[in-house]
Design a protein around this ligand. Structure first.
Ligand SMILES: [Ca+2]
Ligand SMILES: [Ca+2]
Ligand SMILES: [Ca+2]
Length: 485
């Protein structure tokens, strides 16, 4: 119990620090909000047609809200976050459908002019950050039982867990095999949110590592834990608005990501994740048409609330292998609130082969203290040809081509496949966060982020592309390592 108390007070201190840092940033950024979102509209960032997200001031009354919406004949499409449920003292965040016959920019201008409104923005849409896997003959074939830490990991499988000292070796892998082989223990008490498509919770390499929400009891059509969602036993589907986190073969991307974080080890099946006992909480918001900002905010807020309502639930990070949106203050606020609850937001840099320092893309480009933005490298240690980069805005690179992990196949059966993308690099880092949190259970979110970045090694190929030319290296996460006090 005392461990929990120490950890909770440390979290509060860290939360205050990051909250203050974030407040300073918003105070600086706020006046440019309207300009930023208009620029992103001009750049053609995709968004839901005739929909706007409005952040009302905390002082706005119901009458004020109705008046502001009437300026554009707007109707509420979703209550994204109600003032009464918010801990950040902000007002209602609503999405609305605007009346016909006016441009989105014109509607924004009309609403911005209302005294009750803090900001208004489009409902941007996002896609997962997977690309077609480059055809690499060296990676052909099936991995046969590569999931024990005995050095028998075939080099064509799971190169992302290797390092210079493993056999076989790959100096550009994450070092996970070296750490796990040396006795690093991933704790089943550590939880991560997978904000993505759904996750194949029945996959034999994942099923034991799927979170079960005991506080919502059984599927009894009751919201036993009072979080507003009925029977969110393994997570929630914000795209379909139901409790089904796995729908079928189209939930392959989320399943692949989950396996890189936490597929089982030593079960003589498939590969293994970076933290092979961590628990996965599925917050599905990507559907067949991608995902919206409103659903992304709802998914993030769900994970945050789970932890805030139950501080002994050790949620250390969310994995966010999606992007491509315009600037949203509403989404940035949700990420910052997760940070205030001690949750890191690990996010894909994106696959457009652009410099994010010059051409920001969201959520990768929010400059928030609880974010780790991840580029992809290939097995030869070069930036993957598709990966976004940025010496200022990308924190770290990780393996992102020919990544072998858990999927449903086209018939919906449990299988494995090689995928590529910054989508695949990101869960290597999320898994590293979970493993470090396992080894150092009292580490705060800022301490975990600092540890991941400090332990990274320099890869000269990444000079000018990634902060400090960093490449993920968790080979030093071994028993006896020094944890922050
Ligand atoms: Ca519930
Ligand atoms: Ca229930
Ligand atoms: Ca396995």
């Amino acid at each position: 119990m005392s461990l929990h108390r120490v950890s909770a007070s440390a979290c509060i201190t860290a939360a205050l620090t990051s909250f203050l840092a974030f407040s300073a940033q918003t105070a600086f950024a706020q006046p440019r909000h309207g300009e930023r979102v208009r620029d992103d509209l001009d750049r053609g960032r995709s968004h839901r047609p005739a929909e706007l997200i409005i952040q009302f001031k905390a002082t706005a009354s119901e009458a004020d809200i109705r008046r502001a919406m009437s300026r554009v004949q707007g109707t509420v499409s979703e209550e994204v976050a109600r003032k009464s449920n918010r801990r950040d003292r902000k007002g209602d965040l609503l999405s609305i459908r605007t009346g016909q016959g006016r441009s989105l920019k014109d509607a924004m201008t009309q609403i911005e002019a209302d005294d009750a409104v803090e900001f208004v923005e489009p409902n941007w849409t996002y896609t997962h950050q997977q690309v077609a896997n480059p055809n690499d003959p060296a990676m052909a074939g099936t991995c046969r039982a590569p999931d024990a830490y005995n050095g028998n990991v075939p080099s064509h499988c799971l190169w992302g867990v290797l390092s210079a000292t493993t056999s076989p070796s790959n100096a550009y892998g994450s070092g996970a095999l070296a750490a796990l082989g040396a006795g690093a223990q991933c704790s089943s008490a550590v939880h991560v949110g997978v904000i993505d498509e759904g996750v194949m919770i029945s996959h034999p390499d994942l099923s034991t590592n799927i979170w079960v929400n005991s506080r919502d009891g059984t599927v009894d059509r009751r919201d036993n834990d009072g979080n507003g969602l009925i029977d969110d036993i393994n997570g929630w589907n914000f795209d379909g608005r139901n409790r089904t986190v796995y729908g079928g073969s189209f939930d392959d991307h989320g399943s692949h990501v989950a396996g890189t974080i936490a597929a089982r080890a030593n079960n003589a099946a498939g590969g293994f994740g970076i933290c092979p006992n961590a628990k996965i909480i599925s917050a599905k918001f990507l559907g067949l048409l991608g995902g919206s900002t409103t659903n992304a905010i709802a998914a993030i807020n769900y994970i945050t609330k789970l932890k805030v309502d139950n501080p002994t639930l050790r949620i250390v990070a969310t994995n966010n292998s999606w992007g491509g949106g315009g600037f949203s203050q509403g989404l940035a606020d949700a990420i910052a609130n997760a940070g205030n609850a001690g949750i890191l937001f690990v996010v894909a840099a994106g696959n457009s082969n652009v410099n994010l320092d010059a051409a920001p893309s969201y959520p990768a480009s929010y400059n928030l203290p609880n974010m780790i933005t991840v580029a992809a490298i290939n097995s030869a240690g070069s930036r993957a040809s598709f990966s976004n980069y940025g010496a200022n805005s990308v924190h770290i690179a990780a393996p992102g081509t020919n990544i072998y992990s858990t999927v449903p196949n086209s018939r919906g059966q449990a299988a494995y496949s090689y995928y590529a993308g910054t989508s695949m690099a990101t869960p290597h880092v999320t898994g590293a966060v979970a493993l470090y949190a396992s080894m150092c259970p009292n580490a705060t979110a800022p301490q975990i982020k600092n540890a991941i970045l400090s332990a990274a090694k320099v890869n000269g190929n990444l000079t000018g592309l990634v902060q400090n030319a960093r490449q993920l290296d968790l080979s030093s996460f071994v028993p006896g390592m020094v944890c922050p006090q």
